[in-house]
Structures are given as structure tokens and as C-alpha cells.
Design a protein around this ligand. Structure first.
Ligand SMILES: [Zn+2]
Length: 253
């Protein structure tokens, strides 16, 4: 339960204008998960909150319980992530991270590790200049978002028979949830190719902390293939989530 007045760290992941000067913010917090909150009068020039509630900002908020939405009463910026709002490539990457987080989470379900991962990811995107390095960070974010949401892709043991994988394994099954051994892949037609470099790259991402990964510069083809398999896994998970929500609504309706 939240007190009438409470403080929390937050990442601002979505905003929409309402009324004359207000905004509804979607925020992601370590202990309350995802919340929608109101920032009153924030679009007025005179608002003391303006500039402290920009997209992708890592902030410490004070909130007051409201009838429908809680209301932001104070915001103190922890990390501004300024360059995420300055150049187009970073803006699109920031949006991608925010959208993925939004899609992979439901309201008021806490996941402090996912909050930390997202902070570290935005911080890395904010400072890394080379595009390929930022792409590696995005792959890291995709993989670890899957892991922290309970959908760890099988990269060390076959997703089907659980036998230890050898370097010859070269098929990835988003439906089964990871790499398949050669025996299992021959009977599963719905797979994607994964070559040895991509396979090793993903294993490395799975084991290493983000700051280690930030210094990697793999071949673009490897990052590209990693993107394809991770994207397939994310779609698989999101489709399932979406179906379960649709089903819930159907039952409720
Ligand atoms: Zn197998």
C-alpha cells in the first residue's frame, strides 16, 4: 500500500497531454512497477515541474494519492539522460526501450531488477557514441528483459530435450524458447538460423554485466542476427500476453 504522500524513484516512459496544461505520465518505479500519474499544470511556462518530467528522465518523485491517478507534487532529477532527447538515433532508441518496457509489464507489478536494468540501459545509450555499441546495448536489454520477465531463452541447453548444446547447434526456436540441438531441430520446422558467432554473442550477453558488454564491438551481421532471434522471442511472449489479456477481457465483458 502507498501512503497518502509518498516518494519513489521513477523513469518516465510515456506522456500524453490532457486538458489545457496537464499531462498523464506513465512511469516505471522499482517498488510499485508501472503507474499512470498526473502532472498538473506542467505545460505552463511557470510550472516548477516543467523540465523535470521529460521523457526518459530518471527522477525522484513525490506523489499524492489521487482519486483516479496519483498526482506529482515534486520531481528531482537523478539522471537527465539529455542526449537521449537530442539526436534522432538516440531518440528512437530511447522510445524503443520505453515501449518495450511498457509492453512487457503490467500496471503495479514490481520488478526492481528490471527498473535497474532499464536505468543502466538508458545511461549507456546516453553516453555511447558508436551506433554498433548502442545496438549491442539494445540486444542486451532485449535479452535481459526476457530473462527478468521469466522467459529466459535456452542458450546452454536444448530448449526441447535439455541436452547440453554443442557448437554445431544452429537453429533457434522462438516457440520452444531458445536454441535447439541438431536432433530436435530436424523435427521442428518453425526455427530461425543462428550461426556460431551469434550463439556465442548471446551467451556472452546472458552472462556478463552491462558495463562489460558496452565495450564490445561485434560484426554488424552478428548483432543483426541476434536482433532477429530476440525479436522473434519477444513477439512470441507479447503475443501470448496479448492473447491472455484479450481472453481476460472476453471473460470480464
Ligand atoms: Zn534437443
Amino acid at each position: 500500500m502507498r501512503d497518502r504522500l509518498y516518494t519513489t524513484e521513477a523513469l518516465i516512459i510515456r506522456r500524453s497531454d490532457v486538458g489545457e496544461a496537464d499531462r498523464i505520465l506513465t512511469i516505471y518505479t522499482p517498488q510499485y512497477g508501472k503507474l499512470s500519474v498526473t502532472a498538473r499544470g506542467v505545460r505552463k511556462m511557470t510550472s516548477k515541474l516543467a523540465g523535470h518530467l521529460e521523457l526518459f528522465i530518471h527522477t525522484r518523485l513525490q506523489l499524492a494519492k489521487g482519486r483516479s491517478f496519483d498526482v506529482v507534487t515534486e520531481s528531482r532529477v537523478v539522471q537527465p539522460f539529455r542526449s537521449l532527447r537530442e539526436d534522432l538515433s538516440r531518440i528512437s532508441q530511447g522510445y524503443y526501450v520505453a515501449e518495450l518496457l511498457d509492453q512487457m509489464t503490467v500496471d503495479e507489478s514490481d520488478n526492481p531488477a528490471l527498473f535497474r536494468l532499464t536505468c543502466e540501459t538508458l545511461a549507456a545509450l546516453d553516453v555511447l557514441d558508436e551506433v554498433v555499441r548502442r545496438d549491442v546495448i539494445l540486444r542486451y536489454y532485449e535479452l535481459h528483459t526476457l530473462i527478468l520477465s521469466g522467459y529466459r531463452p535456452h542458450l546452454f541447453h536444448c530448449a526441447n530435450c535439455e541436452r547440453e548444446l554443442s557448437p554445431e547447434a544452429d537453429r533457434y526456436s522462438p516457440i520452444t524458447g531458445g536454441v535447439l540441438c541438431q536432433q530436435c531441430s530436424s523435427s521442428e520446422p518453425r526455427t530461425l538460423p543462428i550461426n556460431l558467432n551469434t550463439f556465442k554473442f548471446l551467451r556472452y550477453l546472458a552472462r556478463m554485466p552491462l558495463e562489460t558488454v558496452a565495450s564490445l564491438a561485434p560484426a554488424p551481421a552478428t548483432v543483426h542476427e541476434a536482433r532477429a532471434v530476440l525479436k522473434a522471442s519477444l513477439s512470441q511472449v507479447l503475443e501470448r500476453e496479448l492473447k491472455s489479456t484479450q481472453f481476460l477481457n472476453l471473460v470480464r465483458g
